[in-house]
Write a protein of this length. Structure first.
Lengths: 149, 149
DNA sequence: CCGTAAGTCCACTTGCCTAGTAGATTTATG
DNA sequence: CATAAATCTACTAGGCAAGTGGACTTACGG
């Protein structure tokens, strides 16, 4: 499951990616346009800033902007930050491996092997998509909608 | 995330699939061999029985057995029963679609499109694997371990 | 250098979900 | 009829998701 936190985080990033780069945007702005609870968004943006996906400026004229070009922000990385590991069980996680407490022999575990495949399938989608891909996908669609009739 | 419930359920099914077919097995037996909390397992088995994956007999000599040959029990179906829809967001679920409350235009939603891919990737793994596949995978491994040295 | 607009930090809440447990009841067998 | 088994009902503890409230800090503009 994708939590609201991750969903809101992605929406905020997309909103920023759609702005002219290097423009700083108010949290309140993002919240209003994307219809997100402002205070909750505070937290999420802060977390993404601490992970260096965003930069912020305090005080009057402050706000948030992407710290990197959208091509360099992977969706997998964002989801991992906000929701934790992609793997359905910790014992197949590549970024946050932890043995599961109830398993005796890890490589005899048939469930583990299957869940490893699931992990890889998920990671394959999310780690090969960047913010730029998503941002672009909107423009393509707009183009189709507006001109391709 | 795969819950303990689903994990225990799959372990129990695998245990049953590994038995000679049509043998009824005690809950207590499964719990002991797979090291699962018996009372919790009660619940899970009952749920799978109500969904017709299992049959049960009460009273002395009673117990549980698979209701279908393992080839006909899909892992996806089991996980959906015990953990709910595979989709990371309800608005891309094929078996339990529900619009998400915060989205305005569904087919303009870029997150939705991406999550659709994730859903498909997960379903592709779990819906093409049956209990028989997992059961077999153990035997292949045993064979390798025991004879292929 | 002060007012004010912004982000930042800390503490708390509310409600639901997970992972159970306890105990009574029903059903079947020998 | 005793006993072994599943089944049903009810309850609980703890944790996490999704927030909210309020105080603090930083910086710009005048």
């Amino acid at each position: 499951m994708l939590s609201k936190k991750a969903k809101y985080g992605l929406k905020a990033l997309l909103y920023l990616a759609d702005q002219p780069s290097d423009k700083v945007v108010l949290i309140a702005d993002i919240a209003a346009h994307e219809r997100l609870p402002k205070k909750f968004l505070d937290m999420i943006l802060l977390e993404m800033r601490n992970a260096d996906f965003l930069i912020s400026r305090k005080g009057k004229g402050g706000g948030y902007a992407l710290a990197l070009p959208p091509e360099r922000i992977g969706i997998g990385a964002v989801v991992r930050l906000l929701d934790g590991p992609l793997a359905p069980v910790s014992c197949v996680s590549k970024t946050a491996y932890r043995p599961c407490d109830d398993c005796t022999s890890e490589d005899a575990c048939r469930i583990r092997r299957l869940m490893g495949k699931v992990r890889d399938a998920i990671a394959d989608v999310l780690d090969t998509t960047t913010l730029a891909d998503l941002s672009r996908s909107a423009k393509v669609r707009d183009f189709v909608l507006n001109y391709d009739i």
